[in-house]
Design a binder for this molecule. Sequence first.
Ligand SMILES: Nc1ncnc2c1ncn2[C@@H]1O[C@H](COP(=O)(O)OP(=O)(O)OP(=O)(O)O)[C@@H](O)[C@H]1O
Ligand SMILES: [Mg+2]
Length: 357
Amino acid sequence: MEYITTAPFHILVVEDNLGDFILVEDFILREISEPVITHARTFEEAKALIENEDFQCQLVLLDLSLPDRTGEALIEEVVSLCHHIPIVVLTGYTNFNFGMKSLGMGISDYLLKDDLTASSLFKSIIYSTERKRIISELEMSEKRARGFAGQLNNALEEERSRMAREIHDEFGQQLSGLKMSLSALRKRHQGDRDMEELIVALVADVDHSIDSVRRLANELRPALLDKLGLFSAIEWLVVEFQKKTGVEAQFRTDFEQPMMEKSIEINIFRICQEALTNIAKHAKATRVGIQIERVNTQLLIKIMDNGKGIGSEILKDPLSMGLMNMKERSNLIQAELQINSAQAGTVIELIIDHIWP
Ligand SMILES: Nc1ncnc2c1ncn2[C@@H]1O[C@H](COP(=O)(O)OP(=O)(O)OP(=O)(O)O)[C@@H](O)[C@H]1O
Ligand SMILES: [Mg+2]
């Protein structure tokens, strides 16, 4: 059978043994119509070719013992060069464990030269190419979804910020105006006790509304986060949490907040906010804490509770939107999020690298 493609199929054969190369070339020519076969005898020769922008290649056939590189080191370097090009390893050694390991390192297939036939090589070439194409498409699609999630998050933050400003400025101003008018009215009715009492009660209501408006605006987008930065905003979250739930909550850190991009601060803040909301809603905890540490160049944020813990089946559930959003946000800022939960409670750790040089 001959494989006919609309465009020539380019294969790079990296092989130092001329006899083996001729055999492989012969097998390819038997199965694929008019392929373009390039031959490299060393790793450096192959590297120069792959790095050349004009060089086209749809698959690399790689011998594992070259004069300038061999084995694992060779696979590592070729995989890092190839990105979207599938690599099929050809080797004279029967080492099943090594074969398995090399598949984990990113090669597409592992073939033994002694067992090689034209059709087994052809099958491997076609399967590897198809598999790599599908994986690349999946990666692209995941990248697009990530980008979209990032944009959505930014839009959401902007919208929240705008709404917080509107609520604060519009309602806040109007309520302050109302309070001033009530004071003026009270002066006019001085001596009329019933009227004065009514106005004092109204002023108290207006004060209460001003507090609510401020709280609402702050929950949407804490002014503290923009004015004083992340650490102060997290401390505020913890204080508010204790006020609202009556559960003892502590904030601990012993160093100054480093400079961080605003988007990193916002995402960390939202993760802490969701974690505390979850604790309030689900944990039944009696003690809660957020602790921020520095470990070399990393910023480590721990959110802890001594509640009932999160069941492992819930942790795996893709429909846990709150938990998933936390993971998504940590991905967006290239951080790592670990959730360790047991019956003694939950510890959520957020690790952000390269905060310090
Ligand atoms: N700190 C915690 N302690 C105990 N259980 C928790 C904790 N955090 C989360 N959970 C459990 O994990 C589940 C999923 O959390 P998630 O935040 O994804 O959803 P939710 O809080 O129920 O809803 P949403 O966040 O979408 O409003 C919760 O329903 C709860 O059962
Ligand atoms: Mg939640």
